[in-house]
Design a protein around this ligand. Structure first.
Ligand code: HEM
Length: 453
């Protein structure tokens, strides 16, 4: 099976060039042609050099987020309410992160693994019910991802997997927000006359009721509060182990939750051999009794090295973020790739560009899980370092990284252990759209339960 996005300009329809939907692919081509610095707009420079990651995205946040980010916030009581993701103010960021950060650590999340397992069971049950009829696996994995985020946060299922559908238009709303940001973010002052226009709240006093992310979160908090009142909380909530309990004093909504659409995208594999090898590894570990039901995270990292390599390779080929992660050069300017770049210039790295850089990954267009296994310790660490930019870096790196990685490490091997997954139209490439995050559509599959599992 080969489900690549078309990956170089030469192989693509010229009409698709320079459309925002393929901006990530165009940028790969531009860097291959012009080198590590490409000026994409008068004051915007795309950087393709992994050595610049610490400078641009360092822990001390010398390069601050520009106006692209604050337009991605919700409104609360008719005012823009900056969240952890959208704020440009390092002090607000520090305070917000201190409030919620610990809950997202690997250790704390793994302490709630039983709750994630209940979502995995529900997902597998729903797949069995589908009874080999074609389903949109991309959508179902996204429902799983939403339910998993809900479990440790609210100690309850949010209804995505149960209903097999988007709940309260939440997924659509996030897609819309990202699409808006991807376009308006290129010319952020447009935001002042569009959704950021204060007149809008006067014209439409209930503006925040349009905000599905907010409505959804408030509903989840309310319903959790009702369960508490009625004494129907599950164990984690009883013990105060869910995130809501940890955040006891949280008054505003949770920061922007990006979906783990990467799970979906990461299913792209064109290699029957890799699939067979991965399946054999899972079956062998299963046969030796090394895997519980559902599979635990640590079992996967300990006993399924080839699966882990497949996952990394899929993440390399399909990073979620498809635009440069913009930052302002500080007022005094900076030397970037040997060039003096003036203060105020917007610079940034697009993970797609590094992941497809021939000097970093040989045959970058090719799906080769072995690159995550073969090599010296230094080489492997170097590759991991580059891949980690998929989740950003430094002070503003992704807070949901462990949540997403745990999900992917659990649901995917469990799914392959229990089902034969087949694409309904294996020759059709999937369609991807770059709206800040690169999202695919059309992962229509059948899942046939495997007899022995
Ligand atoms: C595969 C899934 C995910 C990917 C690939 C991803 C990727 C990223 C990236 C690249 C950034 C940095 C953006 C930048 O610097 O411009 C980021 C930041 C962030 N992500 Fe994620 N993310 C994922 C899942 C999640 C989840 C599940 C959550 C919430 C539970 C989340 C919450 C956040 C937050 C709050 C920030 C801002 C952190 C800060 O500024 O301190 N993400 N994410």
């Amino acid at each position: 099976m080969h489900m690549p996005h078309q990956s170089s300009a030469a192989s693509r329809d010229p009409a698709s060039l320079h459309s925002p939907n393929t901006a990530h692919l165009d940028l790969i081509d531009l860097h291959r042609k012009h080198g590590p610095l490409v000026r994409t707009a008068p004051h915007v420079v795309s950087v393709a050099d992994s050595a610049m990651i610490p400078l641009i995205y360092g822990a001390t946040e010398k390069f601050k987020k520009p106006a692209f980010y604050p337009i991605q916030c919700i409104s609360w009581r008719k005012q823009p309410a900056m969240n952890l993701f959208s704020t440009r103010d390092p002090e607000q960021h520090r305070v917000e992160k201190r409030k919620v950060g610990a809950a997202y650590s690997l250790g704390n999340l793994l302490a709630m693994e039983d709750q994630i397992d209940s979502c995995t069971r529900l997902f597998c049950d729903r797949m069995e019910e589908a009874n080999k009829s074609p389903i949109d696996l991309g959508a179902w994995l996204q429902y799983y991802a939403f339910n998993v985020v809900g479990e440790p946060t609210f100690s309850q299922k949010l209804g995505f997997l149960e209903g097999g559908q988007d709940v309260d238009g939440m997924m659509k709303a996030i897609e819309g927000m990202l699409a808006y940001a991807s376009m308006c973010g290129q010319v952020p002052w447009w935001h002042n006359v569009l959704l950021g226009n204060p007149l809008l709240t006067k014209l439409a006093p209930a503006m925040e009721h349009w905000n599905q992310v907010l409505i959804f979160t408030l509903k989840a908090i309310n319903s959790r509060t009702e369960l508490q009142r009625d004494g129907e909380l599950n164990d984690a909530a009883e013990q105060g182990a869910d995130m809501l309990s940890r955040w006891h004093n949280v008054k505003s909504t949770d920061p922007l939750k990006m979906t783990t659409r990467d799970i979906i995208v990461h299913l792209s594999t064109n290699n029957h051999e890799a699939m067979a090898k991965m399946r054999a590894e899972i079956d062998e570990a299963d046969g030796k009794g090394l895997l519980t039901h559902p599979i635990r995270y640590k079992e996967v990292t300990a006993h399924l090295p080839y699966f882990c390599a497949v996952l990394k390779e899929a993440m390399r080929l399909n990073p979620s973020v498809g635009l440069i992660m913009e930052r302002h050069v500080p007022p005094q300017g900076a030397n970037i790739c040997g060039k003096e770049i003036p203060g105020g210039t917007i610079v940034g790295i697009n993970p797609w560009v590094l992941n497809y850089d021939e000097s970093l990954f040989e045959r970058p267009e090719s799906f080769e899980p072995s690159r995550w296994i073969d090599g010296t310790k230094e080489e492997l660490q170097g590759r991991e370092h580059i891949l980690s930019l998929n989740f950003g870096a430094g002070a503003r790196g992704c807070i949901g990284k462990h949540t997403s990685l745990i999900e992917m490490h659990k649901i995917l091997p469990e799914m392959y252990r229990r089902f034969d997954v087949k694409l309904v139209r294996p020759d059709e490439p999937w369609k991807t759209t770059n709206h800040w995050f690169v999202q695919q559509e059309g992962l229509i599959c059948t899942l046939a339960p495997r007899a022995q599992h």
